[in-house]
Design a protein around this ligand. Structure first.
Ligand code: G6P
Length: 614
């Protein structure tokens, strides 16, 4: 993870870099730093532990006049979060400064070799090694910075998006990418560079996505150049960015997370738009219809994902099995990639990822493709690596998600998986026209039902006060509600730091039931579905042991409402659509508990939104 920004042009370099870092803070916030080069070629590096606001305070009395600069917000991998390990790193002679997102796997070997040549190191990072290597090559070969970066990167194994500037060259940034995202923004007489387009969305809509193995040479007043490591130049493909500044602001909400929770009626509408047509009669996903043969012949679907996206994928399994009658497996991408997987060419691998950049998911895709599977991507970030690596796919179109704890992207993913299941189901003849229409009509009503569910906010806020100081939580559900329980528990852990476990409700009696006492609240997800009567027994088992129960039930529920301590009633929807509805009160519950505890919900400790390292 980590976020990098670069700028060359006539604007206020420091302000642009700081603004960009704020936008990229979702990628990590252990430390932040800038390297600024004055018009006369003087290179200064300022960096400090903590968030970007700390860096701003640190720079208050510093000279920040510059014509080019690079900046970084860090999620620590090599070396603890500290001033010294913060980026930018620079060569021992102070000639070059570098920011880096990724990990250099063979940094130790390179460090040892450079040490033998007399280099000394200040930090514990792999990035400083790269800085010293580039400078060593530059001095030894007496070559330009671009050539030094090219030659140095040939020695490097690992993932990187880097930006490098050099003393006495106040017009140029050299950047490169391998497995970590990098986008160049082309403005009027200025260039931007960042891990994603959010830092420069208000300045330009012209973007170039740098590919793996490419070096971008960005020089004021000259056209952008893209080279490979063998110095072969390639065409610059300028794309138009579809993102607005208002999508990146809080819009009156105190936190991005709350804004994103409340945006869900709208984001789900965007997600469905143009895909459920003729009043619900037909569900169309171009990614499926353009590849009908693959979906007709498929013998198995494997979903790969991480974190919240893995929970959405687990719901996808239930959906695809129910509607398409096809075997489905769900794998953690990080396990799949090292599991020696058995893949055949009639497998469809579906990668689910909000950011489209998760390193493990990307690696899983590459393996699946190599082994002959057809790979389909479900992502949010347009132009990110996963949509570019996959054979086909669908965007969830929920707009930028800034809060580190995923909310609207989760419901968007579940919605796209629902559309996918209906689409494949109708294609393979497992759903008839009447069934499709019924589902289509129900899907079209979901945004309104989500809006209705959000009215529970004030009730949940009051309820959260009772449970703010609980040390543990159990989240229970069955069938479609089991992954919802996992996701509810994850949300609570992520932002309130309360230990929470999601469990299939029926499995509770094989262990977790031993934990239940008056100190252990259980959140039970029990909408009206075909397992309702079964979960009633589980609710009674918790009650009989003195546990307190918060139940999420459907409107009209009586049985569980008569047993549970607290009941949150949500609109009654068809079983396959319950996860989108029942996850809303769980998002709100975790949000309010974390706020009561005074936690930073948008930037929870140790986490980052985009995990571009293994
Ligand atoms: C991180 C984020 C989670 C996310 C997971 C997978 O852990 O904090 O919110 O679910 O990565 O990310 P992806 O972008 O692939 O969905």
């Amino acid at each position: 993870m980590c976020g990098i920004v670069g700028y060359v042009g006539g604007g206020n370099v420091y302000d642009i870099l700081i603004g960009g870092l704020h936008r990229l803070e979702y990628r990590g916030y252990d430390s932040a730093g800038v390297a600024l080069e004055s018009p006369s070629g003087k290179l200064s590096v300022y960096k400090t532990l903590g968030k970007v606001s700390n860096l701003e305070a640190f720079c208050k009395d510093k000279d920040t006049d510059a014509s080019v600069g690079i900046a970084h917000t860090r999620w620590a991998t090599h070396g603890e979060p500290s001033d010294c390990n913060a980026h930018p790193h620079y060569s021992e002679d102070g000639n070059i400064a570098i920011v880096h997102n990724g990990t250099i796997e063979n940094y130790k070997i390179i460090k040892d070799a450079l040490t033998q040549h007399g280099c000394t190191f200040k930090s514990e990072t792999d990035t400083e090694v790269l800085a010293q290597l580039i400078e060593y090559v530059r001095v030894t070969n007496n070559c330009s910075l671009v050539d030094a970066v090219r030659e140095a990167l040939k020695e490097v194994i690992g993932a990187y998006a880097i930006a490098v500037i050099e003393k006495d060259h106040p017009d140029t940034i050299v950047a490169a990418r391998q497995s970590s995202p990098l986008v160049v923004g082309i403005g009027d007489g200025e260039y931007f560079l960042a891990s994603d387009a959010t830092p420069f969305v208000e300045f330009t809509d012209k973007v170039v996505y740098v590919d793996d193995g490419q070096i971008a040479v960005i020089t004021r007043g000259e056209p952008l150049r893209l080279l490979d490591l063998d110095n072969k130049e390639s065409n610059v493909d300028v794309k138009k960015l579809k993102m607005s500044i208002s999508q990146l602001e809080k819009g009156g909400y105190p936190h991005f997370m709350l804004k994103e929770i409340f945006e869900q009626p709208e984001t789900l509408r965007d997600c469905i738009r143009g895909r459920v047509v003729e009043g619900g009669k037909r569900v169309i996903l171009n990614g499926v219809f353009d590849n009908q043969e693959k979906f007709l012949k498929a013998e198995r679907i494997i979903l790969v994902a991480c974190g919240t996206s893995w929970h959405a994928s687990l719901i996808g399994k239930y959906l695809l099995q129910d509607m398409c009658r096809i075997p489905v497996e769900v794998e953690y991408a990080s396990e799949f990639r090292y599991s020696n997987p058995v893949i055949i060419d009639r497998d469809i691998v579906i990668a689910v990822s909000q950011s489209g950049e998760t390193a493990d998911t990307l690696a899983a895709i590459k393996i699946a493709k190599k082994m002959g599977a057809f790979v389909y991507g479900i992502s949010n970030v347009v132009g990110s690596s996963i949509p570019r690596e996959t054979d086909s796919g669908t965007y969830i179109h929920v707009g930028p998600e800034i809060g580190v704890a995923s909310t609207k992207a989760f419901t968007g993913q579940v919605m796209v998986l629902t559309l996918l299941a209906v689409c494949i189901g109708q294609l393979r003849g497992h759903l008839n026209a009447e069934q499709v229409q019924k589902l289509g009509e129900a899907i079209l009503k979901i945004p309104a039902y989500v809006k209705e569910t959000l009215k529970l906010d004030k009730t949940i806020e009051r309820l959260s006060l009772i449970y703010t100081y609980a040390h543990n939580f159990l989240y229970l559900g069955r069938g479609y509600s089991y992954p919802v329980a996992l996701e509810g528990a994850l949300k609570l852990k992520e932002i309130s730091y309360i230990h929470a476990e999601g469990y299939p409700a029926a499995e509770m009696k094989h262990g977790p039931i031993a934990l239940i006492d008056s100190e252990m609240p259980s959140v039970i997800i029990a909408p009206k579905d075909h397992l309702y009567d079964k979960i009633v027994s589980n609710v009674q088992q918790v009650k009989a042991r003195g546990g307190s129960i918060i139940a999420i039930v459907s409107d009209g529920d009586e049985t569980i409402s008569g047993i549970a301590d607290h009941v949150l009633k949500v609109p009654d929807v068809p079983e396959c659509l319950t996860p989108i509805i029942t996850s809303i009160p769980l998002q709100l519950l975790s949000y309010h508990i974390a706020i009561n505890k005074g936690k930073d919900v948008d930037m929870p400790r140790n986490l980052a939104k985009s995990v571009t390292v293994e």
